[in-house]
Design a protein around this ligand. Structure first.
Ligand SMILES: *[C@@H]1O[C@H](CO)[C@@H](O)[C@H](O)[C@H]1NC(C)=O
Ligand SMILES: *[C@@H]1O[C@H](CO)[C@@H](O)[C@H](O)[C@H]1NC(C)=O
Ligand SMILES: *[C@@H]1O[C@H](CO)[C@@H](O)[C@H](O)[C@H]1NC(C)=O
Ligand SMILES: *[C@@H]1O[C@H](CO)[C@@H](O)[C@H](O)[C@H]1NC(C)=O
Ligand SMILES: *[C@@H]1O[C@H](CO)[C@@H](O)[C@H](O)[C@H]1NC(C)=O
Length: 507
């Protein structure tokens, strides 16, 4: 290795990590879009039904009568259908929504005035058919690292308009109904795109609820902001999120960075959420530095059914000097990490390795602690993870420990014979405490009202990428029923239809 390489390598170690590789990748697939389209169209249909059409009036010269003043009022929708629609991915740009063969039927009142004094009125039925709407939705990231959507290239056209007049001098209308048809056609056409645009803009407040900074507990928060703009391929939209634990309010980077990471070919599910082992390791870094990866173990934490007690009698059997110098005293242990634990993801196996120390104290009659010895401890545990609501939670089981003597204040002794005692203490005291914490779970990236239903979780390891360091990942496969609850809450983010089609100038 040349000096240059060494220098570069050292600089790499010293400069804070500025990697844009994500810790979390979310992929929303065509299936997810399809599900959303169905919900969205149903919702849009409902919204359109409440649209109020403004009155139309004007005058026409009808030979031989002359000028006829007319007005159409009290128009309301009697039927509306959106039978054909599609929501597609446009690689590199966004989504395209197209609706075709839509129809709207209206009923209203007509009034005419002609020959200066003749007035007449009746009702009419209007049907707008062959309505097509197409719009492109761009997906971007805003300055807070949340996704945003925008609309462009909206086009709406009405294929056919037909009106039937009833009552009074309705024959008169038939003489100039084509003028009215055209007026209504352009009134409707002109109003659709602004409404579609508003509807798409209305998704953004929902996107703004994304938990880009998810608080975990009093020590840590997870940053889930987008590290790059969302990427649209022909099978999914991908959101690359930071996915990193930080001490609350103090975003210091760990001495390692997120390795490059990508999801494998996806199939079948609506949403895929991949978590790199980086996010777990950043958690280890934060909690270790916060000094909370430690626990005092006292005798009362050991089940009363255990014959093994945490006292100098027990340890005195292995280390005679303890029995001699500290007879009949209770003991206390401090188990803590020496460096951040290292978490690795293997296929279907998450392993956590930690180096720490166990310090043993005798509790003197006046309650002061007297250090007896310090052991170096290397422990390996396996984790089971699961998704619970919008949290990822887990539990660990002990694989193995290995101990060596660090410092002794009670003379030299063999550590090996103590293995069973410490294994028991870890199993019945320390691991249950860790699991209590892990069971509470850690928030996943989410948007308000979003729910994950029917989730599966897999841990995968992807081939090492030769041009970068090896990388690992966990994959959560979130299945079909996803979003179900969102619908009823009417707040999901992706669907323009799930939001209000509000506006003062309606059709
Ligand atoms: C997706 O692919 C994986 C591996 O290729 C396979 O095991 C799984 O059954 C597939 N899932 C669906 C829903 O097709
Ligand atoms: C997981 O991996 C660790 C380390 O390689 C191993 O000790 C442990 O037995 C494995 N657990 C399972 C359930 O495969
Ligand atoms: C624990 O310490 C050993 C020996 O120093 C080292 O090889 C290993 O990488 C350390 N493990 C962790 C998780 O830091
Ligand atoms: C407690 O007792 C020990 C030994 O008898 C003595 O060395 C120590 O100073 C005492 N500590 C206090 C706070 O009284
Ligand atoms: C490996 O990483 C490099 C650099 O990020 C990237 O260009 C390349 O596509 C990756 N290869 C694979 C197989 O992912």
């Amino acid at each position: 290795m040349s000096l240059w390489c060494v220098t570069v390598a050292l600089l790499g170690l010293l400069t804070p990590a500025l990697s844009t590789d994500p810790g979390v990748i979310v992929q929303l697939t065509q299936q997810g879009l399809e599900y959303g389209r169905q919900i969205g169209i149903a919702s849009l249909q409902q919204k359109l039904n409440s649209i109020k059409i403004p009155d139309i009036s004007g005058s026409e010269d009808v030979s031989p009568i002359g000028k006829v003043e007319y007005s159409l009022s009290q128009m309301h929708i009697t039927n509306l259908g959106l039978p054909a629609s599609s929501l597609g991915l446009v690689p590199g740009s966004g989504l395209s929504l197209s609706i075709s063969d839509a129809f709207i039927s209206l009923n209203g009142h007509w009034h005419v005035k002609y020959l200066k004094f003749i007035k007449d009125s009746g009702s009419f039925d209007l049907t707008v058919s062959g309505l097509t709407i197409s719009v492109t939705m761009g997906v971007n990231s805003d300055e807070t690292g949340r996704p945003t959507v925008s609309s462009s290239n909206c086009a709406a056209s009405v294929g056919h308009v037909s009106i039937e007049f009833h009552g009074g001098a309705s024959w008169l209308y038939n003489l100039f109904s084509s003028f009215i048809e055209n007026a209504l056609r352009s009134a409707i056409q002109n109003q659709i795109c602004p409404l579609v645009h508003d509807a798409i803009s209305d998704i953004n407040p929902h996107l703004k609820t994304m938990n880009v900074l998810a608080q975990v507990d009093k020590y840590a928060e997870i940053e889930y902001s987008l590290v790059t703009s969302p990427v649209v391929s022909n099978t999914f939209i991908q959101f690359s999120l930071k996915g990193e634990f930080y001490k609350i309010g103090q975003h210091q980077e760990p001495p390692f960075s997120a390795p490059p990471f990508s999801l494998p070919q996806t199939n079948g599910s609506m949403l895929y959420l991949g978590l790199s082992s980086f996010i777990a390791n950043s958690a280890g870094f934060v909690y270790h530095n916060a000094g909370v990866l430690g626990l005092y173990v006292t005798d009362d934490m050991i089940p009363s059914s255990s014959p093994l007690r945490l006292n100098t009698k027990t340890f005195g059997a292995f280390i005679p000097e303890i029995a001699k110098r500290f007879p009949n005293m209770m003991m206390k242990l401090l188990v803590k990490t020496l460096e951040p634990p290292r978490i690795t993801f293997e296929p279907n196996n998450v392993t956590l390795q930690a180096n720490g120390t166990v310090t043993a104290y005798a509790i003197l009659p006046n309650n002061t602690l007297e250090a007896l010895f310090i052991l170096n401890l290397e422990a390996s545990v396996s984790a089971e993870l699961h998704v619970s609501g919008l949290n990822i939670a887990g539990s660990v089981t002990l694989n193995r420990i290995s101990m060596t003597l660090g410092t002794s204040y009670v003379g030299q002794f063999q550590v090996m014979p103590l293995n069973n005692i410490f294994t028991m203490i870890l199993k019945v005291v320390v691991i249950p405490k860790v699991n209590e914490k892990l069971q509470q779970g850690y928030p996943l990236p989410a948007i308000s009202h979003m729910n994950l239903v029917n989730t599966q979780l897999k841990v995968l390891k992807v081939k090492r990428n030769k041009s970068k360091k090896g990388y690992q990942q966990a994959l959560l496969v979130l299945n079909k029923n996803y979003i179900q609850e969102v619908v009823t809450l009417n707040g999901f983010w992706l669907w323009i239809y799930a939001t209000d089609l509000r506006g003062n100038d309606t059709l």
